[in-house]
Write a protein of this length. Structure first.
Length: 231
């Protein structure tokens, strides 16, 4: 039997004493610590300022310039927490006041020569969002894309079994643009598939799989997503 188990069970007076000692150490507090609270708060506040300053320095002088070098156009006040992961030849255009929170993955296929990702003004993109733009993905002004969403204008593989076995890409006719309308909101973990247009001001419930168009100013959810309410 292990020593830790004997102590937990307090099998003998000795082990019981060790257990009491361990508990007292875990709950020990420094006497009179209250007088140090203002100092400790000041230290924590200063540490927070320093951390934020360092993060902002990294964004301004490393992450943002590196990401801008991949883009065709970038507007004012781009905010990045991490450098997006980019693969393929996507032409990226970004508007003003765009906030990219955490990790963002951008990829493209190789069927079309110049696939596009167009992000409008005041767009928020959450952590671990993945965008696959093999032809065109447009995210209009004010859209909010929550954490973990996946947006793709292609299935990434052909439907035909033999073509998949040969490693062929999706046929051009099976790649269809995606548009996320102005001020639309995609809840956490949504999947928006090829050919979909999400209307202005629409809300997509968390975890939904959107296979067809969603009208403006409506709420849709489920798999497949269906409109459940008009706003």
């Amino acid at each position: 039997m292990s020593l830790a188990l004997k102590i937990r069970r307090a099998e003998t007076p000795f082990y019981a004493g060790v257990k009491r000692l361990a508990r007292s150490l875990l709950t020990f507090e420094i006497p009179g610590i209250g007088i140090l609270v203002p100092l400790l708060r000041a230290i924590a506040f200063t540490k927070g300022l320093v951390v934020q300053a360092v993060r902002r320095f990294v964004v301004v002088f490393y992450r943002a310039p590196l990401f801008r070098s991949y883009c065709v156009t970038v507007g004012r006040n781009l905010y990045l927490e991490l450098v997006p992961s980019i693969s393929g030849q996507t032409r990226i255009s970004i508007g003003n006041d765009v906030y990219i929170s955490g990790a963002l993955s951008i990829a493209s296929g190789h069927v079309f020569d110049q696939p596009e990702l167009i992000i409008g003004d005041r767009v928020f993109i959450g952590h671990q969002v993945c965008i696959k733009a093999s032809k065109q993905v447009v995210i209009e002004d004010g859209a909010l894309i929550a954490q973990g969403c996946y947006i793709a204008d292609s299935d990434d593989h052909p439907r035909d079994r033999d073509l998949r076995a040969q490693g062929c890409p999706s046929p051009a006719e099976e790649i269809k643009p995606v548009r996320i309308g102005r001020d639309a909101w995609l809840g956490r973990g949504c999947f928006v598939m090829k050919g979909v247009t999400i209307g202005e001001g629409a809300i997509i419930g968390a975890g939904s799989v959107v296979l067809g168009d969603v009208p403006a100013f409506s709420i849709a959810l489920g798999n497949p997503a269906r409109v459940v309410q008009k706003l």
